[in-house]
Design a protein around this ligand. Sequence first.
Ligand code: ZN
Length: 310
Amino acid sequence: MSLLRSGMAVAAVAIMTLSACSSASPAPDSSSGTAAGPAEVVTTITPLGSIVGQIADCAGLSSSTLMAPGQDPHTFALSSAELTELAKAKLVVSNGLGLEEGLQKTLDAIKQDGTTVMEVAPLLDPMPLDGNTDNAPDPHVWLDAKRMAQAASLIGDELSKATGEAKARECGVSVQKSLNELDSEMRTTLDTIPKDRRVLITDHDAFGYFAKAYGFDVAGVAVPGGSTDAQPSSADIATLVDTIKKLGVSTVFSNTAVSQQLIDAVAAEAGSKVMVVELYVGTLGPQGSGADTYQTMMLTDAKRIADGLA
Ligand SMILES: [Zn+2]
């Protein structure tokens, strides 16, 4: 392990030299992945990374996000440079509840080595995954802006403790306020959808918290089991197609981070008038996409859902 670490330290110094100016870049942290130098706080997924980045920037702390925009949190794996970055952070913020499937062992290991790892989702009153027989908790908490407002305050506290920077606490509260405003703005947008059209058909089972918070019914998903990497049976697909026909659903939703092939096939089988609209599910959009912060990602999704179903 020590050999591994010293090798990585050399790599980290080289990276730091290349990106000395970008270690405190504004949220969302565009320096995700290998371009980042060691940051004081490192976050796993981009929606959460945007929120942590806003708190860190406000408090004058450096931050980075492991995943790049467009990467699917369920299937992300770590490079060795990213592992170095993680181990050097004063605080690592992860979503938890099994979301970061390819990172869990690493997170457990650095925690054991003394790095503070804050798992956010378990702190936000998690709900069971819809239809999951063993009642595993649903990790997709970030799709409820109110829950993330609460998260911002908790992250500010934790960041303050981990770095000794007292300002992080008030920065957490200020981002909390911004996310409560986001929640209201999303509600205004989504309010345009009539009650009988508030039906979501999505690529995988990610919208449980969203549905509960904003008054929707998740009528079906293309990929069963709560992750993005399972394969539906032909019976699963047939049931989903029947549901879409029976409910007269006009729009089904795909995911920017995974192939659209399956949901396209489902829509085509359900009828020529069923549209497919893409949503940002587990990841922000790239810079300039109009969904490159947590707030703009959620507003974009709300608008696309409202346009698709209204
Ligand atoms: Zn997911």
